[in-house]
Design a protein around this ligand. Structure first.
Ligand SMILES: Cc1ncc(COP(=O)(O)O)c(C=O)c1O
Length: 470
């Protein structure tokens, strides 16, 4: 592709993207293809001779477009939304063109320093003290892995050098029964093992019980175990419940245990002053994860780990072979390769910087406030309808609810009814909802988070749900 072709193709592609964003509601949110359709529509081998971009674009429209689940559709209300706002898309495009590789300050001063600046802005917006230093990873799962690696290094100094073979006491970590599975996976990867995780029971509102946490830790210590970390969640995956971090932090501080806060979804909502009380105590954590690619209108992927103990994180990962030694490194500049497993790093801060500047703090607050208002509005509709019941509080922008079913229906029948209802609603193509299980019961989740989701989309979801039980 020569420069003239690139210019022509790029203009055409940007036009296509602009139309896509304008008209995304023409497509069903959830793809309707069957497993294997994409595979069988494409040749089994790469082309021997280069092809015109127009031919590739035509195949994209023919084969791939129908197989997309449209995360950028405002009717996407499943899981936690991830929206690519226009500024974020431009940032991602530019970052691809620049192809920065920020392993060392020297290999990309702009990427290294913009990451520091942008994460400083975000830290101030969400009200964390300057003692927290930020680093960008791809996903919350990887941020949590790094936070817990630092916790392991603190509990077992030298673990990154010697492994865990010299550790005689069993290691333990703690999280609520509603914590995300990324915590389990991190412990598996760090050599503590899945069995090292004690799941602490939650209260009726799905929040970790601090009394149960303290008893579990003390019981383990009395039995000879070594606690490594507690993971508290602000905005759990199923219900967005908030673990009482202000009560959990002193338990960790008194016992010298690393506190990691998983605020992957909700953390960015601390930008909104009236939501700030839900974050009480998180400034006492050792590490915190927040994901701009969830509720901050920044395209996949970008997750931020804020850490109050960067030297411990570096101790877990800094390893400088001769070929990566630089004079700047010896003069104290930050080399991002020192704070993680990966060497090569994309220029992820560029899209976040562009999103923060495009929306402005006020713009971000307005959209998040509106999402919280819509969630409360939907919850009020559920509460007022005898055919439905709400099954969890609504601290942020997610509503958990279910159809009640007819009198005398068995729990299994009511679960099946709700599963069918959700599938019918999703088959409409207008909205996409997902589910969870709470206290063993099938529960539907309506999760608002796309920057263009409006009252019209939430009302459509409610209309489809009501038609489904009529
Ligand atoms: C609370 C919480 N933590 C972590 C994750 C994992 O996020 P990621 O896909 O960025 O790894 C999720 C995903 O939804 C989540 O809800």
């Amino acid at each position: 592709m020569d420069p003239a072709d690139f210019r022509r193709n790029a203009h055409a592609l940007v036009d296509w993207i602009a139309t896509y964003l304008e008209q995304v509601e023409r497509y069903p949110v959830l793809s309707r293809v069957a497993p294997g359709d994409v595979h069988s529509a494409l040749p089994p081998q790469a082309p021997e001779r280069g092809e015109a971009f127009a031919a590739v674009a035509a195949d994209f429209e023919r084969v791939l477009l129908p197989a997309l689940t449209h995360w950028n559709h405002p009717g996407f209300m499943a899981y936690f939304a991830s929206s690519a706002s226009p500024a974020g898309i431009l940032g991602e495009m530019l970052s691809a063109a620049l192809n920065q590789q920020a392993m060392l300050w020297k290999t990309s001063p702009a990427s290294t320093e913009l990451e520091e600046v942008t994460l400083g802005w975000l830290r101030e917006l969400i009200g964390l003290p300057a003692a927290f230093d930020g680093v960008i990873y791809d996903t919350a799962s990887i941020s949590t892995l790094h936070g817990l690696a630092a916790a392991r290094e603190q509990a077992v100094p030298g673990a990154s050098a010697h492994g865990l073979v010299r550790v005689e006491r069993p290691l333990r970590a703690y999280a609520s029964e509603h914590a995300h599975s990324s915590v389990d996976k991190a412990l598996a990867a760090l050599g503590l093992g899945l069995d090292a995780l004690r799941k602490i029971p939650a209260d009726a509102d799905f929040r970790m019980r601090p009394d149960a946490l303290a008893s579990a830790i003390d019981e383990d210590v009395a039995g000879g175990a070594r606690p490594v970390a507690v993971v508290a969640t602000i905005g759990t995956t199923s219900t967005t419940s908030v673990d009482p971090v202000a009560a959990i932090a002193p338990i960790c501080e008194q016992r010298g245990i690393w506190l990691h806060v998983d605020a992957a979804y909700a953390g960015v909502a601390a930008i909104v002053p009236e939501l700030r009380p839900r974050f009480e105590g998180w400034e006492r954590a050792d590490s915190i994860v927040v994901n701009p690619h969830k509720w901050l209108f920044t395209p996949m992927d970008i997750s931020v780990l804020y850490c109050r103990r960067m030297p411990t994180l570096r101790a877990a990962f800094s390893l400088v072979p001769e070929f990566l030694r630089t004079a700047e490194g010896d003069r104290g500049v930050r080399n991002l390769m020192d704070t993680g497993i990966q060497l090569g790093r994309r220029f992820r801060s560029l899209k976040l910087w562009m999103v923060l500047r495009d929306f402005g703090a006020e713009g971000l607050r307005d959209v998040m406030r509106e999402h919280v208002r819509l969630a409360r509005l939907f919850a009020s509709w559920v509460d007022a309808d005898a055919n439905f019941e709400r099954v969890a509080p609504v601290p942020f922008s997610v509503v958990c609810f279910r159809a009640r079913g007819s009198d005398g229906a068995s729990p299994a029948d009511v679960d099946a009814l709700n599963e069918r209802l959700m599938e019918r609603v999703n088959a409409s193509g207008d909205v996409f909802l997902s589910h969870t299980r709470l206290d063993g019961r099938f529960v539907i989740r309506l999760a608002i988070g796309h920057y263009r989701t409006s009252e019209k989309h939430v009302a459509r979801a409610w209309e489809l749900l009501r038609q489904g039980v009529a």
